[in-house]
Design a protein around this ligand. Structure first.
Ligand code: GLN
Length: 314
């Protein structure tokens, strides 16, 4: 942190914040619609921070593994932007916010020439994977998987097989979205193969540090603060952060902008990442979710940090 805090007080502060916010985990509930996620420990709460110079801070249950879920959508969207002309892309996926849940079907039929509203909700993410470069869907999966490993600066990431199989078995809502989009021509590839890639990407196991480094890579405009690799350009980073700001917490994005005021992305595994442009990335985890599928403890923790350290970009 470059806001006048000495290192010991930073660690003490984070430890203290975790303990002060743990009670929020009691007010949320773990996701159950993916049966394997219902086995998560609802009491966990952790945080990692990665500054753009690579300095890292961690507290609480930051080492606890969880599945990345919708946070992976940031990486699909990054690849989609790198691999497609932006004007052409917006004919298939908009950059508009939504007032409906992350797996809502209604807008696909009633709005927007049947286009998904944005790439941070399930419909836009599933369509997005199909638009990533690659001769086969497996190639598209590998390209996005590589981007997630590179953004996290972690070569050891892998898919949690139990969560993947659980999602694949129960993901009928996502099947409905994908088949509808195949019907309207937004998707032109094999739906089951595409969904298989989506379920695997959602089931990648990460911890708070992985998502903090991913966020810090966006804060650092595409250059990894831990490996120094240039992964994407500042313009791509800007578009991703813009869509995260308006759509990253689904129908909770408005409240998150008011409460926290940073580009963010959540997942039903309990993770939330936020980006402080040119300063740092934060990764929090707390599997107890609010009604919209966002980590309740994580949200409250970010809200306090944002207020205390003046991280609200607005
Ligand atoms: N895999 C989850 C799903 O498709 C991702 C949703 C989320 O994290 N909000 O429902």
């Amino acid at each position: 942190m470059k806001r006048g805090h000495v290192e010991t007080s930073m660690q003490e502060k984070l430890d203290q914040l975790i303990e002060e916010h743990r009670h929020w985990t009691k007010k949320g509930a773990v996701a159950t619609y993916i049966p394997e996620l219902s086995k998560q420990d609802p009491d966990l709460l952790g945080i990692s921070i990665c500054e753009v110079d690579g300095t890292q801070w961690q507290a609480g249950d930051w080492q606890a593994p969880f599945t990345i879920q919708s946070i992976s959508k940031v990486a699909y969207f990054t690849c989609v932007l790198l691999d497609n002309d932006f004007e052409e892309l917006t004919k298939k996926i908009s950059v508009s916010p939504t007032a409906d849940g992350f797996n809502s079907i209604v807008n696909l039929e009633t709005k927007n020439e049947h286009k998904p509203l944005n790439a941070m909700i399930n419909s836009g993410a599933i369509a997005g994977i199909s638009l990533v470069k690659g001769a086969t869907i497996e190639d598209k999966f590998q390209r996005i998987f590589r981007m997630i490993c590179d953004m996290a600066g972690n070569e050891a990431l892998k898919v949690n097989e139990a969560v993947y199989l659980s999602e694949k078995r129960t993901g009928d809502r996502n099947r409905a979205l994908a088949y509808f989009m195949k019907g309207t021509g937004i998707i032109t590839v094999d739906v089951e193969e595409l969904l298989d890639a989506y379920f695997r990407l959602c089931s990648i196991e990460v911890n708070c540090r992985d998502i903090a480094i991913m966020a810090a890579t966006l804060a650092n405009e595409g250059v990894s603060p831990v490996t120094g690799k240039t992964l994407f350009d500042p313009k791509t980073a800007r578009i991703v952060k813009g869509v995260m700001t308006t759509c990253g917490l689904y129908d909770g994005s408005g409240e998150f902008a008011v409460d926290v005021g940073m580009p963010g992305k959540s997942g039903v595994g309990g993770g939330i990442m936020t980006v402080s442009p040119r300063l740092l990335g934060i990764g929090v985890m707390g599997p107890a979710l609010d009604a919209k599928g966002n980590s309740l403890g994580g949200w409250k923790l970010l809200q306090s940090l944002s207020e205390e350290w003046d991280l609200n970009i607005f």
